[in-house]
Ligand binder design. Structure first.
Ligand code: IPD
Ligand code: CA
Ligand code: CA
Length: 261
């Protein structure tokens, strides 16, 4: 187990170097699953292959799940989860808010992992029970628990059935939160919560297995992640609504917020 954490840190930084060099060359952009807004590039696929080959070289035939290939995995065993670029829409337009994600899990429980933005060189990492780190400095969620002081990242998502909920929540946040913004990489957004840069991150429709590492990071940094029903979020390969925040108090303030118009 001990050699996995240094492996993750080294591999993800090497993947970041490769990503920056491939970004200088011409790359192709295509869409996934018939959704014109769900993008994948030849760089995503190259990074995916790079990380998979590194895992195979060091750990043989251990199971790997990737956002790009969606392999079936045994939910009770150990496996790796890769999101080669989280924030591909930002990546294709040159917006430097995207990251490589690598997680090692057991039974759908993230044990360790890292998120790396090669442009800013922010390396977020965690090991269950040992804390969360940004470039080797221990990080914690902020102490903010009042909505009027909170920076909130809301991404309502594309599903039609979420629109009423999302519009009401957006309306509440416009009046109640200190800042209400949307950055476009769920993994980095959650890392920002872990590092105390923002105080709540809400995603209407998120495949948590893709960015499992970020959930582990938030929890190690003292944050909490709930469903709209107030249950702790369990990792899933199906999209779900999550509300991550510094505390239960802030979660409740946001979740019961109402729109005055
Ligand atoms: C996307 C990002 C984005 C979220 C989308 C995801 P991708 O991942 O996490 O923040 O809103 O739902 O698909 O496609 O860039 O890896
Ligand atoms: Ca991706
Ligand atoms: Ca993703």
């Amino acid at each position: 187990m001990n050699d996995r954490y240094p492996f993750i840190l080294q591999t993800i930084q090497e993947a970041g170097v490769l990503l920056l060099s491939l970004r200088q060359e011409k790359f192709e952009v295509s869409t996934k699953g018939g959704d014109p807004r769900d993008l994948v590039t030849t760089v995503d696929l190259a990074i995916d292959n790079f990380i998979k080959s590194k895992i195979k070289e060091k750990f043989g035939d251990e199971s790997i799940y990737s956002e790009e290939s969606k392999e079936q995995i045994d939910p009770v065993g150990s496996f790796w989860s890769i999101d080669p670029i989280d924030g591909t829409s930002n990546f294709v337009r040159g917006i430097p808010h995207f990251a490589v994600c690598l997680t090692y899990l057991n039974g759908y429980e993230p044990l360790m992992g890292a998120v790396y933005n090669p442009v800013t060189k922010d390396l977020f990492s965690f090991q269950k029970g040992s804390g969360a780190f940004l470039n080797s400095r221990k990080i914690f969620v902020s102490t903010i628990s009042r909505i009027s002081d909170a920076y909130v990242l809301l991404h309502i998502g594309r599903r039609e059935e979420l629109r009423d909920w999302g519009i009401k929540l957006q309306c509440f946040l416009l009046g109640a939160a200190k800042k209400n913004i949307n950055l476009g990489s769920s993994a980095l957004d959650l890392c920002f919560l872990a590092a105390g840069r923002v105080d709540a991150v809400i995603y209407g429709s998120l495949t948590t297995l893709d960015v499992a590492v970020a959930l582990g990071l938030v929890r190690e940094a003292g944050g909490e992640i709930y469903t709209l029903q107030g249950e702790p979020v369990s990792l899933s390969s199906k999209p779900q609504t999550i509300l991550a925040s510094t505390s239960r108090v802030l979660f409740e303030e946001i979740n019961r917020g109402s729109c005055p118009i």
